[in-house]
Each structure stands twice: as structure tokens, then as C-alpha cells.
Ligand binder design. Structure first.
Ligand code: F6R
Length: 366
């Protein structure tokens, strides 16, 4: 049942080229370079006239929502707010009839997310569910939506569901941009081509597995780890930290790299591994100065870089390469080594990778 892998988590990490292809299947018209989102087209007009989009979710799905915020604001220029469902629902939020509420959930059964959409629905908002489990509660409560089609996820730590959520949000952002005729066709085409290459590029990321296992051995006894990213890869830093803490029980924090100097930098010493997403994107120069700040305090730098980058290679203690790609695709690719790193560390520490203590696959209590 684990397909020859030691754990479901590892199997699910390695399934990502397929799960992402499944998420895209039938949604990209290759010839016309267009996106078709069957169910959603009925609500296209509502989506396009929306004054804002509110994304509600929890945990890893909330991280996917943060990536979605970057993508939708960048490509469709619709304002997006991303909320923890548990905070949103208890705060007497302002919800208007022309708001779109996107609920992201692997299980489709998370109690707080369900309560948040029920509240938004009563206020007259349109609910769009992005869920993995077909026929679960959230898709049933939503007006429209997209399934992520990642297949069943058994490991409690979400892996392939996350990258499929980001893929679905990328498709949605491009769909909105295409309907609005905002982005030049050439840009949409190159983004679509990039998405289509994602499965192959993820396979390339797996080539670093042995190296990642080695790095895992070097940092497995740490008591703390810091994950840094900027821009569209800031949520990836949060996700890397969550993966590590939930399965290895090492305390980890994710931060936007520029926030480091407002507090967390005080934690950095030679005992502190700092994992930085430092790919060649629009934040590249800024992230190099953040890496230098860590280096000056003797932090151990593990950098996720774009293949062929020699600048960061010269500064970092360890580098993990991902293939060059469109910036919009870096969150998916940079997530892969972080999943593997958390996995190997947890295995080395003798943790129950698939069923970490105190956690359940679907959180149906509030
Ligand atoms: C982390 C994890 C959780 C879930 C969260 C939301 O690996 O799995 O943080 O992401 O409980 O669950 P769903 O997506 O089912 O609503």
C-alpha cells in the first residue's frame, strides 16, 4: 500500500509529478493556450467583478492561500486577504455580497473552515471551495469550486495536497487574468508552459534527495531552525517550518527574510540552521543580503538556490539546487526539498512520520 516506500509521506512526496499533472488535467487547452475551469465558468462574471477575494483556511492550506494571494494579485489584480479560518469566524468580519470567499482544504472537513464559509454564505458572499476529498463537506457547502485531484493523502503532514492547492490557485489566477484580458497573451502562454513543465521539474528536484539526506544528518540534533523566504516564497518558508516541527518535533519558525532583523536575528548563533529560499527571482538581491546577515552571526546556512547560481554557493554552508523556472513556479519546486528535509530529519530522530503525536488528518473539532 505504501508502494515500496517506507512511509506514506515519502510516497506522497514522490507522487507530486503525478498529482500536479492530475490537478491540471483537462484544465489547460494546450492548443489555444487557455484555461478551462468547468464548474467555475458559471461564476466567472461574479469573480471578475469581485471587489475582493477572502481566502480562509488552516495550517498548510493557509500557506497555500498565501501563495494564492501573490498569484491572484499579481496576475488578476483583484485584492486578496488571507485569513486563518479560526480567526475570521470569531471576529465579526466585514463581508459583502460581492465578496468571493475561497475556502482551501485538503480534507474538506476542517471545522473552523466550514464555520467560516457558513458565516460568509449567510452574509451573501460567493463561496469557492478548493478541496481534495471529493464529496466532502466544504465542496458541498460551496457555490462553486475546483478539486485539487491530488489523490488520497494518508500521511498526516500534508505534502502533495499543498502543491496541488498551489497549482489550482495558479490555474485560477491565470483563468481570471485570461478572462479579464489583462495580461498579454504571451505572458499567459509562458506561465501556462511553465505550469505544464512542473511535473518534469519536480522530478529533477528529487535528484537532490541524497544530498538532502546528508544535510538532514548534519542538522538533525538542532533544537531550533529558522526558515526564511521573501515574496512568493515567504509562505514556502512557513510551510517548510511547519513540516519540520510537526513531524520531527524540532522547534522551527518561518519568517519573511526581511523581518529577521526585527527580532529573530537575536536567536542566530552557530547552533542555528537557517534554511533560506534564495532562488533567482525578483527577491534575489535582497535575499543575498539577508543571507549575509545570517552569515555574519555564524548561522548555518542551507540555501535553496537556482541551479547554476555560484554567488550563494560561495556563501552558504549547504546548497540545494532547483531547476530554473518562472517565478510563479518557484513555490512548488522549492517546497520539494523542504518536504524531503523534514522527512529525513524525522526518520533520523525516530519519529512516527506518518502519524505525528497529537495530530489528526482532519481537524473536525474547533
Ligand atoms: C499540516 C497539516 C495541517 C492541515 C490543516 C488544514 O501538514 O496537514 O496543518 O493543513 O489541518 O487541513 P485541511 O486542509 O484538511 O483543511
Amino acid at each position: 500500500e505504501k508502494g515500496g516506500y517506507d512511509h506514506f509521506m515519502l510516497k506522497e512526496i514522490y507522487e507530486q509529478p503525478h498529482s500536479i499533472a492530475n490537478c491540471m488535467r483537462g484544465r489547460i487547452d494546450h492548443e489555444r493556450k487557455k484555461i478551462n475551469l468547468g464548474g467555475i465558468s458559471e461564476y466567472a462574471a461574479k469573480l471578475l467583478t469581485a471587489k475582493r477575494i477572502i481566502i480562509v483556511s488552516c495550517g498548510t492550506s493557509w500557506h497555500a492561500g498565501l501563495v494564492g494571494e501573490y498569484l491572484i494579485e499579481e496576475y488578476a489584480r483583484i485584492p486578496v486577504e488571507v485569513e486563518y479560518a479560526s480567526e475570521f469566524r470569531y471576529r465579526h468580519p466585514i463581508i459583502n455580497q460581492d465578496d468571493i470567499v475561497i475556502a482551501i482544504s485538503q480534507s474538506g472537513e476542517t471545522a473552523d473552515t466550514i464555520a467560516a464559509i457558513e458565516l460568509a454564505k449567510r452574509a451573501g458572499a460567493t463561496i469557492l471551495g478548493i478541496c481534495n476529498v471529493v464529496g466532502s463537506s466544504i465542496p458541498r457547502l460551496s457555490h462553486t469550486g475546483m478539486y485539487t485531484h491530488a489523490g488520497p493523502e494518508i500521511g498526516v503532514a500534508s505534502t502533495k495536497a499543498f502543491t496541488a492547492q498551489v497549482t489550482a490557485l495558479s490555474l485560477l489566477a491565470l483563468y481570471l487574468a485570461q478572462q479579464q484580458e489583462r495580461l498579454p497573451l504571451s505572458k499567459i502562454t509562458s506561465l501556462l508552459t511553465a505550469l505544464e513543465t512542473a511535473p518534469a521539474l519536480i522530478t529533477t528536484c528529487f535528484q537532490s534527495n541524497a544530498l538532502i539526506q546528508h544535510i538532514a544528518g548534519e542538522i538533525k540534533d538542532s533544537t531550533n531552525c529558522l526558515f526564511l523566504g521573501r515574496g512568493i516564497n515567504f509562505p514556502v518558508a512557513l510551510e517548510g517550518a511547519l513540516k519540520l516541527k510537526e513531524i520531527s518535533y524540532i522547534h522551527a519558525e518561518g519568517y519573511p527574510a526581511a523581518e529577521m532583523k526585527h527580532g529573530p536575528i537575536a536567536l542566530i548563533d552557530e547552533q542555528m540552521p537557517v534554511i533560506v529560499i534564495a532562488t533567482k527571482d525578483s527577491s534575489y538581491d535582497k535575499i543575498i543580503s539577508n543571507i549575509q546577515e545570517v552569515k555574519a552571526r555564524k548561522g548555518k546556512i542551507i540555501a535553496i538556490i537556482t541551479e547554476g547560481d555560484t554567488v550563494i554557493r560561495a556563501i552558504a554552508d549547504y546548497i540545494i539546487e532547483i531547476p530554473p523556472c518562472e517565478e510563479a513556479l518557484t513555490p512548488i519546486l522549492a517546497t520539494i526539498p523542504l518536504q524531503l528535509l523534514a522527512y529525513h530529519i524525522a526518520v533520523m530522530r525516530g519519529c512516527n512520520v506518518d502519524q505525528p503525536r497529537n495530530l489528526a488528518k482532519s481537524v473536525t473539532v474547533e
